[in-house]
Structures are given as C-alpha cells and as structure tokens.
Design a binder for this molecule. Sequence first.
Ligand SMILES: [Zn+2]
Length: 226
Amino acid sequence: MILDAVREKTKLPLIVVNTHAHYDHFFGNAVFAEAGVTEFWAHQNCANEINERGDMQRRRVGTIEPEMAAGEGDNVDLVMPNAIVRDQPVLVDLGGTVATLFYLGRGHTDGDLLVGTPSTLFVGDLVEQGAHPSFEDSYPEEWADALLHISALRHRYEFLIPGHGQPCSDQFVKTMASTMTTAVRQARQSIRDTPSDATKAIPVLPYGPEQSRWFIKRLQEACSNR
Ligand SMILES: [Zn+2]
C-alpha cells in the first residue's frame, strides 16, 4: 500500500528508512526489497532490536496480516536494516535533494530516527496524531525532552509528518511536549509519595488508563536503573 502510494508520486529508485523497531514500521521491508530496494536505514538500536527480537513481534500482527503473523507466504521474511545511523546525523543524497537522518536520543523507543528534508520533518511515532502515544518501549522523561527538541526545530520545516495520523501543526507538537513534561512530573510525584502503588496516578495522567499504566511502569524502571 505504501509502495503503491509512493509509486504514484515517483518512478525513481527508492531507499527505505525504518523510524523505529515496531512491527508496523519495518514488517513491510520485504515488499520494498522485492521492488528492488537495497538500502534500508535505521538507528543502531533499532537495527539491533529488529535483529534480536523482530521475529517475536509477529504475534502482535494478529489477524490483520495472517501470513505475516505466521511467517508463511510472500514477502513475510524480515529484511534487516543495512545502513546504520548512530549519534551523528547522516546526509543521504537523493539526487537533487538531501535528506538528513538524525537521532534525538531515546523517546518512543531507544532507536527513533527522524528524517528531515528541505520541506518536511518525519518523526516516526515520537509524534502520533489521533491517538494517545504508546509507552511500552518508551523512556518518558527523555521522550518529553525529544518533543521539546522537535518543537524547537519545527520552524525549519513546512510540514511535520507523525508516525500515525495527519500532518501536525507547531502547536500540536508544543502541546504534546508540555503535556508529557507535566505528566512526567505528576507521575514522579506519585511514585515518590506512594511507591507501593504508583498506579494511583493513573486518573490524573492525560492519557488512557492502558497508556498511563505503561507510562508509570517505564518511569519506575528508568528510576530504578539510575
Ligand atoms: Zn511505534
């Protein structure tokens, strides 16, 4: 589907960027490989995660793509990223225009890669429009910082494309950043006040109960790893 949409725009050779190691962002690599793509970019941590645990994410596909879930059928093999970004930005010459691939530290996952072109910033699931953010593999405190960073960069780009949903305004990113910063503060307070039951913070957090549970869990893990 993505390939068809891209092919409506251009017949030029393609490269692929995996913004992070969630199945809905890299299981399609095989389709692009079959269409002749040889260059698959990702952050080092994302590439490691796909290598080590990518296959385990098949169960999350469920009934949407039964062949992918079972690993049987056309284009169901995992295609690993083979072009790696670490902490330094990488410029990719697309011929007539340059894309900058860069990392702002941990956030939605530990390997979120952003793509900037002269007009557009693609931020993966660091920003989601139309749904609560997902915190399962996240680092909430660092994510809030990354959002502030994105917000500060926003004026350089005409468009900001989130990992899901519609293109986002400057204000949307600012709000998401300040909401998460406040939520980190609230949840930390609650973890300090009632370490035995930090889930007490769930009703005050600005996310759904499920996301809030993960939010608190990930914050607690980050605290205990310090
Ligand atoms: Zn994701």
